[in-house]
Design a protein. Structure first.
Length: 118
């Protein structure tokens, strides 16, 4: 009943499907480390805040030490992470570290100067 359209010369051989070709994806581009971006933003942010408020090391409020400290700690963390896993942002972290240390040095110099001139 089901063989009405077939002739006697055609065997019941399954037809092979076309092969499936799997092409490998290109690896995604390396992404930036989040801590590296945080470090750079905190390093640049300190100088933007200091210039915007018009503060120097002598008149800087104590809470302003937090911003460069964040730049330094995030920079160290980002540098170690980028060395371990190969993500991008090592130079951003280094720049954040440098800016954080410069900011801390300026704050310390200003506070020492204010103590000496009293």
């Amino acid at each position: 009943m089901g063989d009405e359209g077939k002739s006697a010369s055609e065997p019941d051989v399954p037809v092979a499907a076309e092969p499936i070709v799997i092409t490998p994806r290109e690896p995604p581009p390396p992404t930036l480390n989040t801590l590296a971006v945080v470090s750079l933003v905190a390093g640049v942010g300190y100088f933007a805040i200091a210039v915007g408020l018009g503060v120097s090391g002598r008149t800087a409020p104590l809470w302003l030490v937090v911003v460069p400290a964040v730049a330094v700690f995030a920079g160290y963390g980002a540098r170690s992470q980028t060395m371990r896993n190969g993500r991008g942002g090592s130079y951003l972290a280094l720049l954040g570290l440098v800016l954080g240390f410069v900011a801390l040095a300026l704050l310390a110099f200003g506070w020492a100067l204010s103590l000496l001139t009293r």
